[in-house]
Design a protein around this ligand. Structure first.
Ligand code: 0A1
Ligand code: ZN
Length: 880
């Protein structure tokens, strides 16, 4: 329990470590009532440190210290100090060996940081500061050491013993125990350490690298999951090949292992040679995983694999540099996913996440730069800003440099910094040095928080044939940052003539060979661009491919949006025009709910989309998704969520009613035949059918109902089964809903990943997820307060997706969330802090809501012994 106020840590206080660790020799004795950890460190003073007389300070957390020895001689109690969170040895020589023995209790570790037990197996999570829960150590990423790890455990219960690197020795011990020793030849920070011990089945494959080395690929899962590994294994091989081809990166060890664990705070972890995954992010079969899950698994497997270079071989100097590895790796995995499927669809998905969730974060109380200047608890900084905005920043460098120079830059970065712990600045420097471009102003993207706003106006002079575009950038104030400087923004655009044809973009008159798309570079607060030789007023296609993470303000008319929806050669902007049009229609209804006329042009646009079989169906599937409530809230000041919910539903119902015939036609047309496949075409087909079904059930259509029931009974895959279940759950057909839910549960009750989907389809539904229903789900025998996935699938889905119910005007949703946060704060502070997020946005809502949200936050604030994680989030949210 915390007794003092949490401290803020500043980037400006960074100092090189006073001591370096060359090697770490670990011996784990694993038992049912705890584990003993013997750690032998070869230490020496850091020649680069000016603290020549500094005591040795090692980090620790929740450890029972059994003994300390220096150069083999046990230290007496007065020779060291055990402060609980630090072990201090005052006088040490230049170079020495320190042996520390600690006792820990993995079986009681509910925080899931350090060594813990999940479904009977031992596993670890050390990023960011979990290694200190295992043994005393300089727990910071710029201390890189070579690890040797011996694991000892009962052989029957834990036949599989894994750690990083290569297994170099194994053998039998007394009392039915055995051991395996692992050696990792690559120096690494301790956050990349991993250990797994359990009764697991092994799935093997091999990969032959570009230089002809054969790599052993191994997946370890619980026996009941043995048939759910193929997709992850295939994804891994595709990732390995892609990283060779696109980045010239070859895998370095002889073995690459993946382990699936059920209890995990995040998605997965890139431990050197031994990636550990949340089961829900790696296990898949046609019967149990949706298309979305298949795609997510491919992306996460790739992400963790890509970290082997962007994160492990080149790592972060300190945690302020987190985006060095995360932003770059997300950029890499998004390029990979784009190459594996449809680049336009992937871009739409990434931008949807960015614009709804990252923009909201950037405009809220936790807003921080891609490279933060301070934090209290680093676990709170695994954010959309670090990951997604960080990836956008790397993408902009890619856009500014072009693919060839970018590759030169990444080659230089890996070559120059291999084996080092570096900063985001080192990354940018490598890009500059390789390309010769000056990125000094660009660096502001790492330093300034907040989403830049581009206010755009235009005018057309028919006499001179000049079209003028004025772009003014501003960056809103964020906590602790005001008066920001203009940033360097790549702005891609095109102009369309009245016939829908792209126009040459002549920045000087008479430039006959001008391209039809350009990337303009904004560096000043205001720019005016003139385009010559334009015959009639063009329609601008702005910020194509979402070339920068900014908000564009421009007064589109609905005509222009309809025009772009059908003519823009940039698929992304076609989709975006459709989104803007739908937002406009829904917002008018929010503002004037009694004026029920819904623009017939929206209906016609959707009719065309649904019926036109010549269009790219994957894009159509995306275009048919109305903007989410979360996005509509993000676009609104002082939002009234139930009103937004009603307006959006009214538009959906209106569209469904008007387009019933087309929806039924679309449903029939996309009936699949042949075996299940996870190709972009098949995914689009299933998505279109399930959207059609969902729309039909929104108007409680009888034909839709019977289609849903038969689809549910006939489905040979989870996408179709879940599509039908979701449509029924969200419909007014109450008895079908209950029957469908019961059948589904009976069929899949032994599969935790499917039960999680079953929880969340209810918790996210305005029909099945009212607060009283949520309480029942929490009482359900399959619910488990110790399992983060279950908590996310009920509490997280309710507060994050069932927005009208969560924002019940009586404030009951907020009080409910506060209760759950307080309850989790002791057992799992990381999860508790993440769950608070919806409440932190209280300023965004109309006063009667925001007052109640604030008082829920105050209740959390007043809980005794609040964790540092929750403390930081709540205090920052309530600060003026
Ligand atoms: N580095 C991992 C994410 C991760 C971060 C923290 C964790 O525990 C607090 C676990 C995983 C990734 O980017 O995949
Ligand atoms: Zn990552």
């Amino acid at each position: 329990m915390r007794t003092s106020q949490p401290q803020t840590i500043y980037l400006s206080d960074y100092k090189v470590p006073a001591y370096l660790v060359d090697t770490v020799d670990l011996r784990f004795e694993l038992f049912e009532d705890g584990a003993r950890v013997h750690s032998t460190l070869e230490l020496r003073r850091n020649p680069e440190s000016d603290e020549t007389a500094a005591p040795l300070e090692l980090d620790g957390d929740s450890l029972t210290l059994e003994s300390v020895a220096l150069n083999g001689a046990e230290l007496a109690a007065g020779d060291y100090e055990d402060r609980g969170d630090q072990l201090v040895v005052r006088s040490v020589p230049e170079q020495f060996t320190l042996t520390v023995v600690t006792w820990i209790e993995p079986q009681n570790n509910t925080r899931l940081e350090g060594l813990y037990k999940s479904s009977g197996m031992f596993c670890t999570q050390c990023e960011a500061e979990g290694f200190r829960c295992i043994t005393f150590f300089p727990d910071r990423p710029d201390v890189m050491a070579r690890f040797r790890t011996r694991i000892e455990a009962n052989k029957d219960a834990y036949p599989v013993l894994l750690s990083n690197g290569n297994d170099v020795e194994k053998g039998e011990l007394e009392n039915g125990r055995h051991f395996v020793t692992w050696e990792d030849p690559f120096p690494k920070p301790c956050y990349l350490f991993a250990l797994v011990a359990g009764d697991l089945v092994e799935k093997r494959d091999t990969f032959s690298t570009c230089s002809g080395r054969d790599i052993d690929l191994r997946m370890y899962v619980e026996p009941r999951n043995a048939e759910k590994c193929d997709h992850a294994m295939d994804s891994l091989k595709r990732s390995m090949r892609w990283d060779e081809e696109v980045y010239g990166r070859e895998y370095d060890l002889d073995i690459f292992m993946i382990v699936a664990v059920d209890d995990f705070n995040m998605g997965a972890m890139e431990n050197k040679g031994l990636n550990i995954f949340n089961s829900s992010c790696v296990l898949a079969s046609q019967e149990t995983a949706t298309d979305l899950a298949f795609q997510r698994i491919e992306a996460i497997v790739a992400h963790e694999y890509f970290h082997n270079w962007s994160g492990n071989r080149v790592t972060c100097r300190d945690w302020f540099q987190l985006s060095l590895k995360e932003g770059f790796t997300v950029f890499r995995d998004s390029q990979f996913s784009a190459d594996m499927g449809s680049p336009t669809v992937k871009r739409i998905e990434d931008v949807t996440l960015l614009r709804t969730a990252q923009f909201a974060e950037d405009g809220g109380p936790m807003s921080h730069p891609v490279r933060p200047a301070s934090y209290m608890e680093i676990s709170n900084f695994y954010t959309l800003t670090i990951y997604e905005k960080g990836a956008e920043v790397v993408r902009m460098i890619h856009t500014l440099l072009g693919p060839d120079m970018f590759r030169k830059g990444s080659d230089l970065y890996f070559e120059r910094h291999d084996g080092q712990a570096v900063t985001t600045d080192d990354f940018v420097k490598a890009m500059e040095d390789a390309s010769g471009r000056d990125l000094s102003q660009f660096r502001l993207w790492y330093e300034q928080a907040g989403t830049p706003v581009l206010a755009i106006s235009d005018d057309f002079d028919a006499e001179t044939g000049v079209y003028r575009l004025t772009i003014e950038q501003s960056i809103p104030d964020t906590p602790g940052q005001t008066n920001k400087k203009p940033q360097h923004i790549p702005f891609a655009l095109g102009l369309l003539g009245q016939d829908g044809q792209p126009l040459p973009l002549q920045l000087e008159s008479g430039d006959s060979g001008a391209p039809t798309e350009r990337v303009l570079e904004l560096t000043e607060a205001v720019h005016t661009f003139e385009f010559h030789g334009v015959e009639s007023r063009p329609v601008p296609s702005l910020l194509r491919h979402f070339s920068a993470p900014v908000r564009v303000r421009y007064n589109w008319t609905r005509e222009q949006l309809l025009f772009l929806m059908s003519h823009d050669p940039d698929g992304f902007n076609r989709w975006d025009a459709g989104q803007r049009l739908a937002v406009d229609v829904i917002q008018s209804l929010v503002n004037a709910p009694d004026d029920a006329e819904i623009d017939p042009r929206l209906v016609e646009a959707y009719r065309k989309l649904i019926s036109d079989a010549d269009l790219d169906q994957a894009l159509v599937a995306k275009m048919l998704q109305l903007p989410s409530e979360a996005y509509l809230i993000e676009l609104t000041d002082k939002a009234d969520v139930p009103a937004i919910h009603r307006a959006r539903e009214a538009v959906l119902r209106h569209l469904a009613g008007a387009l019933k015939g087309e929806l039924l036609g679309c449903y029939q047309r996309h009936q699949g035949s042949g075996p299940y496949e996870v190709t972009p075409e098949a995914i689009a087909r299933r998505s279109l059918r399930n959207t059609a079904l969902a729309w039909l059930l929104m108007i409680d259509d009888e034909e839709g109902r019977s289609l849903a029931v038969s689809q549910l009974n006939a489905a040979d895959n989870m996408t179709d089964r879940m599509g039908a279940l979701r449509a029924l759950v969200n419909s007014g057909f109450e008895s079908d809903r209950q029957e469908a839910l019961d059948d589904f549960y009976n069929r899949f009750q032994d599969d935790p990943q499917v039960v999680e989907q079953w929880f969340s389809v209810q918790a996210a539904s305005d029909q099945a997820g009212q607060l009283s229903d949520i309480h029942k789900l929490l009482e359900h025998p399959a619910f488990d307060w110790k399992n983060p996935n279950k908590i996310r699938s009920v509490v997280g889905a309710f507060a994050g997706q069932n927005l009208a119910a969560f924002h019940n005007p009586d404030g009951s949703g907020y009080q409910f969330l506060a209760d759950q946060v307080c309850r989790l704060d002791d057992s799992n502070p990381q999860i508790a802090a993440r769950l608070v997020t919806p409440l932190t946005r209280w300023r965004k809502f109309a006063p009667s809501y925001s007052d109640r949200m604030k008082s829920a936050l105050e209740r959390i604030r007043d809980k005794a012994g609040l964790s540092r994680d929750v403390y930081e989030v709540v205090h920052k949210s309530l600060a003026d």
